[in-house]
Design a protein around this ligand. Structure first.
Ligand SMILES: C[S@@+](CC[C@H](N)C(=O)[O-])C[C@H]1O[C@@H](n2cnc3c(N)ncnc32)[C@H](O)[C@@H]1O
Length: 266
């Protein structure tokens, strides 16, 4: 399916790219000047809101339904926030190390979960190898907050022995694209307020090129509106008032699990 010029104009307009009436001039056009906005919501409010709890429940019961061999694994939770999902992984029997780019999130996590090893690091800049190696790297809700997701995926892959579990807001298109986006500065958002919306094929390509021979997506997505939508190939990253999200499983070895669909073709 092709994206229509009307749709592209609508999108470019939303992004502040002034295109006039021709797509050709839009690409060489002007963009909206940066105005960083802050969302002063307290850390605890963004991570503990009913909406955050609802999506976490959907994500975690979905992860459980995939029946992946996680018990007993050493797991690095990248972009861990205040540790809600790390706590769930610990309940599954994982030994979890947490890392987040914000000191205040790690401080709150350490108040709540004294037994978790936790570190402050920017996954786009700081080598994760300083933390050791892990059988599983888990990163839900982080990728779309990054300026350079490929660099971050390579960093995460460098410490990942077996499997990477990834969840992100995506951009609805079949081509391997990345939309650059502005974000608010807030405890649960991008460190720099510049972020991205990758398409699913971008994520699959980036995971494969960063060293994972096998990349899958679950056949059935989590039971939450953000994951349940019709693909329209129109570059949306939100629709009907909610973001569009997807889950990916990357692995060094082939996983024989009927619930997973391969994203790679020969
Ligand atoms: C939406 S929250 C997700 C928190 C948790 N994973 C969850 O899903 O509930 C995104 C987290 O990523 C962190 N983050 C953003 N950019 C980062 C970066 N470059 N390196 C490390 N952490 C980052 C933020 O501080 C925030 O805690």
């Amino acid at each position: 399916m092709k994206i229509s010029v009307k749709n592209l104009d609508r999108l470019l307009d939303k992004m502040g790219v002034k295109g006039g009436d021709s797509v050709g001039t839009a690409y060489a056009g002007m963009v909206r000047a940066r105005k960083v906005k802050s969302n002063a919501t307290a850390v605890v409010d963004v991570f503990d809101s009913p909406a955050a709890i609802a999506i976490n429940e959907a994500r975690m019961s979905h992860l459980a339904s995939l029946a992946l061999p996680l018990a007993g694994k050493r797991v690095l939770d990248v972009g861990c926030g205040v540790g809600h999902l790390a706590a769930y992984l610990a309940k599954l029997g994982c030994t979890v190390t947490c890392v987040d780019g914000r000191e205040e999130n790690i401080a709150l996590l350490q108040q709540r979960h004294r037994h978790f090893e936790a570190h402050v690091a920017n996954v786009e800049r700081d080598p994760l190898s300083a933390l050791g190696t892990f059988e599983v790297v888990f990163s839900y809700g982080l990728l779309y907050h990054l300026e350079n997701p490929m660099a971050a995926l390579r960093n995460m892959a460098s410490v990942c022995g077996q499997m990477m579990l990834l969840e992100t807001i995506i951009c609805d298109h079949t081509a391997p694209l990345l939309r650059l986006e502005d974000e608010y500065l807030a405890a649960n958002e991008a460190l720099t307020s510049t972020s991205c919306r990758p398409t699913p094929s971008y994520v699959a390509l980036a995971l494969n090129r960063s060293g994972f021979a096998h990349v899958y997506t679950p056949r059935v997505p989590p039971d939450h509106q953000d994951f349940r939508f019709e693909w329209q190939n129109n570059l949306d990253s939100q629709r009907d008032g909610h973001p569009l999200r997807a889950v990916f499983v990357a692995s060094r070895a082939r996983i024989d699990n009927p619930q997973l669909r391969s994203m790679l073709k020969d």
